[in-house]
Ligand binder design. Structure first.
Ligand SMILES: CC(C)(COP(=O)(O)OP(=O)(O)OC[C@H]1O[C@@H](n2cnc3c(N)ncnc32)[C@H](O)[C@@H]1OP(=O)(O)O)[C@@H](O)C(=O)NCCC(=O)NCCS
Length: 161
């Protein structure tokens, strides 16, 4: 059974390891191994980041299967100056073995429900773009270069955000 719940203190290493594994699975065809390796070298900084977030009461949502973290999602106030203040989905990741089983849908429901929101996604990440389209997001024309990927990311919005 897959449980969707907020991350607790003491789960930061597990959630970061899941995040890094999801990156390797999702982006192996979209970026270089060197960039993925550089992201992985930031593991301890990421653990510190999420420890602070959880301590501050802004924990990410986790999908947990038999004690293993297999997905995560997080949202908060957007920092995009050209948008009205609103909600941004900062990340949603599911381990590849569980893609297409409804875990992403459940994480999205828990994190933002059906509220207006925005997000950024790598152009060409068709699985994610299709997932967001199915959940009511549409590209709003904003695009910028992602320094790490060296590829464009596009913004998608839902509702009034
Ligand atoms: C994008 C992502 C989060 C979507 O999560 P997911 O778990 O694969 O998505 P879901 O399973 O909820 O939905 C995908 C399909 O599974 C179907 N599905 C299968 N079983 C289901 C169930 N029990 N309940 C709901 N949907 C189910 C859905 O109908 C949907 O199909 P459809 O879009 O044809 O209708 C996931 O694929 C992922 O982590 N990708 C790699 C990381 C990534 O790119 N993240 C986004 C970064 S911006």
């Amino acid at each position: 059974m897959i449980e969707i719940r907020l991350a607790g203190a003491g789960e930061t290493a597990a959630l970061v390891d899941c995040h890094l594994a999801c990156w390797r699975e999702a982006y192996r065809d979209h970026t270089s191994q060197a960039y993925l390796a550089s992201v992985a070298r930031g593991r301890s900084d990421r653990i510190a980041y999420w420890t602070t977030k959880i301590d501050n009461g802004t924990a990410p949502w986790l999908a947990v299967a038999d004690g293993e973290v297999i997905g995560l999602a997080h949202a908060g106030p957007t920092e995009d100056a050209d948008l009205s203040p609103g909600l941004e989905l900062f990340m949603i990741y599911v381990r590849a073995a569980h893609w297409g089983t409804g875990v992403g849908h459940r994480l999205l429901e828990a994190t933002i429900g059906d509220r207006p929101a925005s997000l950024w996604v790598l152009a060409g990440n068709e699985r994610a773009v299709t997932f967001y389209l199915r959940h009511g997001f549409r590209p709003d024309g904003a695009e910028k270069l992602h320094a790490g990927f060296r590829r464009p990311i596009i913004r998608m919005v839902r509702g009034s955000s």
